[in-house]
Write a protein that binds this ligand. Structure first.
Ligand SMILES: [Zn+2]
Length: 294
């Protein structure tokens, strides 16, 4: 039975408000300072939209729920020591993982970027980089959509058309999310084409720590969708029984994958090795990064 009215003073650990499936709804607005919202049913025609801070480690579950790839079950809202918590039950189907040891698996490096939305690469049986795949057109599409959003919202906001801004923004971000879902599905399909794969991503906690606040906010505002893409890859990989590991991203974009020397980028898409003894010279920068991650 759906709870529609309650006394906030009665909400505690032992007296949570329970919502059966269908009662709650999650909404993701990447364009807002607070990205996640929970719709709490209150009266028949009146709902509360509560801003919510997700646990970063459960981000993939939220993405799965948001995409309709997981089913929401019963949820509980409660207060503990002055903080409000929402526990959401979610279920999804996953394939059983084969019991191949970590050493026998083939690491597939996934580099998330601005120019190429995603770049994947792995090494063949002889250790040579093979089958690089880049999603550059999708990177271009996302940049164009983001630009449309920021240009149009600035114009609409000066006219005070807040409601138009919101519905327009939802539409644009839905289009970006569609691109994200297609790319992350194809990344997982790439992994499925390799025998005993393990997908390797950069550990986002290191990236947040190494970036100063301005740089981080700038990237977030530009909708890199870094965390979103990672979360989508994670939950789709689990669905296919593919393990996911993370690595410290330190120098993954700066080192030469052949000799390990720190090089530089003469152009955005090009990595140049500065080691005279190294055969490599110039290499596609995103692919170099993906191999280092692998
Ligand atoms: Zn080199």
């Amino acid at each position: 039975q759906l709870t529609t009215t309650y006394n906030a003073g009665e909400l505690h650990d032992d007296h949570p408000v329970r919502f059966t499936n269908g009662g709650l709804r999650l909404d993701h607005k990447p364009e807002n300072a607070i990205e996640w919202y929970v719709k709490i049913p209150h009266h028949e025609d009146y709902h509360l939209w509560m801003p919510a801070q997700p646990n970063p480690e459960q981000r993939d579950w939220l993405e799965a729920l948001n995409a309709g790839d997981a089913t929401m079950g019963e949820s509980r809202l409660f207060e503990r020591d002055g903080t409000w918590y929402l526990h959401v039950t979610a279920t999804r189907d996953v394939e059983e993982r084969s019991d191949v040891s970590a050493e026998e698996r083939t690491p597939i490096g996934v580099d998330i970027g601005e120019a190429s939305l995603a770049t994947v690469c792995h090494r063949d049986g002889h250790g040579s980089p093979t089958a690089p795949e880049l999603w550059a057109d999708e990177g271009k599409t996302v940049r164009r959509l983001r630009k449309t959003y920021f240009t149009a919202t600035r114009r609409l906001q000066t006219r005070g058309s807040e409601r138009i801004v919101e519905s327009f923004g939802d539409d644009i971000w839905d289009q970006i999310d569609d691109v994200f879902h297609r790319v992350t599905r194809e990344v997982v399909e790439y992994a499925e084409s390799v025998e005993n794969p393990v997908l390797v991503l950069e550990d986002l906690t290191y990236i947040r720590e190494s970036m100063d606040y301005g740089e981080y906010m700038n990237r977030r505002l530009h909708g890199w969708g870094f965390a979103k893409l990672h979360a989508q890859i994670r939950y789709k990989a689990v669905e296919k029984g593919i393990p996911v590991e993370t690595v410290n991203p330190c120098n993954t974009s700066k080192e030469c994958h052949a000799c390990g020397e720190v090089g530089y980028r003469p152009r955005q898409a090009t990595f140049k090795c500065t080691n005279d003894a190294c055969w490599m010279g110039e290499y596609q920068a995103d692919v170099n990064g993906a191999i280092n991650i692998a």
